[in-house]
Design a binder for this molecule. Structure first.
Ligand code: SRM
Ligand code: SF4
Length: 569
């Protein structure tokens, strides 16, 4: 890590200069929060608030009307709560629920990276919200920004012993890479941590943090529900007799692209080697530092680690890593992934415990007349003494339920109709949509609010063709940033404009292959017209066990995507 000159800094992206001048992520956030004349933060601070887990948004449903009325946009904030590995206690659940119903829009959003998101916080309530989250022993630091984000880890309740050991590593990686600045505690928790004689230090990141966001996942084969190959850095658990030995290391995954811009593309991570478990933190730290020192800080569209790897090559990277480690990573160990979805319903664990996975459509927890889900989960949290586990597919596991308490939880699941949430088609159970409108400032088309109704229509075809029990990964995002990992779906929809989507086909069922553009800029009618014959064809002619994504390639609907650079070709 070297200091740079003002001349060099001037050539870098604007966000780099903001970081440089921010005094370790403080900026003028305190002043911005106190300004009563606007519901917004100063523009400069909107970049810095992300590192504190806070995004400034405005209600896009109201944008035009407010503009007509010459009012400022309806500013509000999204708060992302970091939950390493997705595991939280019933007390924490109750607190998140209370905060959501006190300061936010009465919903909780489970994210595709096992975190909580709360929407609709107004500026004057932001500080209280963050303070209450911290009082519940949760935090929002580094949930966003150019740092390592929430570390994901598959919940695997049926592999409880191994999971406990692997989960511990996910938490340790997360802690090791958490920014050290005391700005978060000063700004949000009024803690005077830094004596005037001491300077903040970021031993891993330095004052410019990383060139771009950085994501880490930990997977336990045979489940790839964290979609490990979509991550900048991944650790695949290698175990013997249910005990962890170490991890295969994956580098250079990332899914975002811009429509029609072939310089940007999704890329799946490469498996580069193996490290014993006691070296995990050292490996994670050195890999982050390689990206810190080599990532593109001029062009943010080219700043993710995937481009560093793609441009310089995996061999360069391995050499650089071994040099920095002072020892050589080993060859990768054999592993097999079989699926990337969740398994619903009750599963027996070890030590007389049970775990129940609930399908939460697109991760949105709220009460509706038909399904009082938020109330039901609150009532469960009041009597539950195990844990809650958010899955990377936006679903929820009620974990570690003792066999004596199982009938009580079961009765509550039935009372609040939560148990009814899993007799769906396998298509719906394997669906995922990003947030998009009305909160996401980058959305080009609806996603979460529209997708369930599209699935209703696809379900008709699925039932007609007898495919209701065949899992097919289907995902929608409102733009090509890919937050619900739509380019890893066997049927993927990526928003282009209101009501219009690009249709992608042919990703691998266990996250091992990207999909390919099949039709561009189509609306619902054409989506159904295009997919009906393909699903009929699949139902009629597939081989036993053949996955939809593999079939559409074999049948010639799309070409197989072998590398990220092939994605647009
Ligand atoms: Fe994401 C930005 C939501 C997972 C790639 N993502 C956003 C923002 C914050 C929009 C913004 O920058 O203003 C979205 C907030 C919407 C809202 O109103 O809540 C947003 N991303 C989400 C979540 C909530 C989607 C969901 O429906 O669950 C996920 C939160 C994860 C978490 O808890 O940390 C989420 N985002 C992802 C994933 C999937 C993953 O990581 O497994 C991806 C693709 C993988 C990747 O990173 O390559 C993803 N989000 C992006 C990008 C593109 C990054 C890039 O490389 O260019 C952006 C835009 C950006 O960073 O400039 C983005
Ligand atoms: Fe927003 Fe696009 Fe991410 Fe969807 S994919 S949440 S529209 S940034």
């Amino acid at each position: 890590m070297t200091d740079i000159t003002q001349e060099e800094l001037a050539k870098r992206a604007e966000v780099e200069r903001i970081k440089d001048a921010s005094n370790y992520l403080r900026g003028t956030l305190v002043k911005s929060l106190q300004d009563p004349l606007t519901g917004a933060l100063a523009e400069y601070d909107t970049q810095l608030s992300k590192y504190h887990g806070i995004y400034q948004q405005d209600d896009r449903d109201l944008r035009d009307e407010r503009r007509r009325q010459k009012l400022e946009p309806r500013y509000q904030f999204m708060v992302r709560i970091r939950v390493p590995g997705g595991v939280c206690t019933p007390m924490q659940w109750l607190e998140v629920d209370r905060i959501a119903n006190t300061w936010c829009n009465h919903t909780i959003r489970l994210t595709s990276r096992q975190a909580f998101q709360l929407h609709g916080v107004v500026k004057r309530n932001l500080k209280k919200t963050i303070a209450e989250i911290n009082a519940a022993l949760l935090d929002t630091i580094a949930a966003c920004g150019d740092v390592n984000r929430n570390v994901t880890c598959n919940p695997n309740p049926h592999q409880s012993r191994l999971h406990a050991e692997v989960y511990e590593y996910a938490c340790r990686i997360s802690e090791h890479l958490t920014p050290q600045t005391t700005a978060y505690h000063e700004i949000w928790l009024d803690e005077e941590l830094l004596s005037s004689s001491r300077q903040d230090e970021e031993p891993i990141y330095g004052k410019h943090y990383l060139p771009r966001k950085f994501k880490i996942a930990v997977a336990i084969p045979p489940s790839n529900d964290v979609d490990i190959f979509a991550n900048d850095l991944g650790f695949i658990a290698i175990a013997e007799d249910d005990h962890l030995l170490g991890f295969n290391i994956t580098v250079g995954g990332g899914l975002s692209m811009a429509h029609g811009d072939t310089e940007t593309y999704p890329r799946l991570a490469d498996v580069i080697g193996y490290c014993p478990k006691n070296k995990t933190l050292q490996v994670a730290e050195e890999i982050v530092k390689i990206q810190r020192d080599n990532g593109d800080r001029v062009n943010r569209k080219h700043a993710r680690f995937k481009y560093t790897i793609e441009d310089r090559g995996v061999e360069w990277f391995k050499f650089e890593l071994n040099q920095r480690l002072g020892w050589n990573i080993e060859s990768p160990r054999p592993f097999i992934f079989e699926h990337s979805g969740d398994r619903y319903g009750w599963i027996e664990g070890i030590n007389d415990t049970w775990h129940c996975t609930l399908f939460i459509q697109n991760g949105r927890i709220l009460d509706t007349e038909d399904l009082p889900m938020m109330t039901g989960l609150r009532e469960i949290a009041k009597v539950h003494d195990g844990d809650f586990r958010i899955t990377a597919n936006q679903n929820l596991i009620i974990g570690q339920v003792g066999s004596k308490r199982k009938p009580i939880i079961d009765a509550l699941l039935k009372k609040y109709r939560l148990a009814h949430s899993y007799p769906h088609t396998a298509l719906r159970l394997n669906s995922m949509a990003c947030v998009a409108f009305p909160t996401c400032g980058l959305a080009m088309a609806e996603s979460e609010r529209y997708f369930p109704s599209l699935i209703d229509k696809l379900d008709v075809i699925i039932k007609q063709t007898g495919l209701e029990n065949d899992p097919i990964l289907v995902r929608m995002t409102g733009c090509p940033n890919g937050c619900a990992r739509s380019v890893l779906a066997e049927i993927g929809f990526v928003g282009k404009a209101p009501g219009k989507y690009n249709l992608y086909l042919g990703a691998g069922f266990y996250g091992q292959r990207l999909n390919k553009l099949y039709r561009e800029n189509i609306g619902e009618e054409q989506i159904l017209a295009e997919l009906t014959p393909i699903l009929q064809h699949y139902a009629r002619e597939r081989e036993p066990g053949e996955r939809f994504g593999d079939f559409v390639i074999k049948a010639g609907y799309v070409k197989e995507v072998l590398t990220g650079k092939d994605f647009h070709s």
